[in-house]
Design a binder for this molecule. Structure first.
Ligand code: AMP
Ligand code: ZN
Length: 114
């Protein structure tokens, strides 16, 4: 999608600090981190929200989760753990309408979240 910021990051039209990439997924550092580790994990395919998911996207969701695990392992988070968060729609805090997970770690994470 031409006017989507994250599609433009996928196409390398906008710079990002990419920490993981394969044929389906890109992960990069959040520009405004809320924790010492704050990575965004996105599908290369433009999917606006969870509500836009189609059955054919099942494999993409699985790949996003597996990428999160691989990144967490590479960052030494297996013992300490991490939080994987997805905001959905404006009421859920979503600002960028290209589906993404936030991988957050490196500080105590309270529950319930704000
Ligand atoms: P959300 O509120 O779940 O849609 O999260 C959007 C996230 O994208 C926020 O945490 C922003 O800090 C982050 N963000 C916005 N622009 C960029 C960018 N150019 N590069 C990296 N992260 C970004
Ligand atoms: Zn997009």
């Amino acid at each position: 999608m031409e006017d989507c910021l994250f599609c433009r990051i996928v196409k390398k039209e906008i710079p990002a600090t990419v920490v993981y990439e394969d044929e389906t997924v890109v992960a990069f550092e959040d520009i405004n981190p809320v924790a010492p580790v704050h990575i965004l994990i996105i599908p290369k395919k433009h999917i606006s929200t969870f509500f836009a998911l189609e059955p054919e996207d099942d494999a993409i969701i699985s790949r996003l989760h597996r990428a999160a695990v691989q990144i967490a392992q590479e960052m030494g988070l297996k013992e300490k753990g991490f939080r994987l968060v997805a905001n959905c729609q404006r009421g859920g805090g979503q600002l960028i309408f290209h589906l993404h997970y936030h991988l957050i770690a490196g500080r105590p994470l309270g529950w319930p979240p704000g």
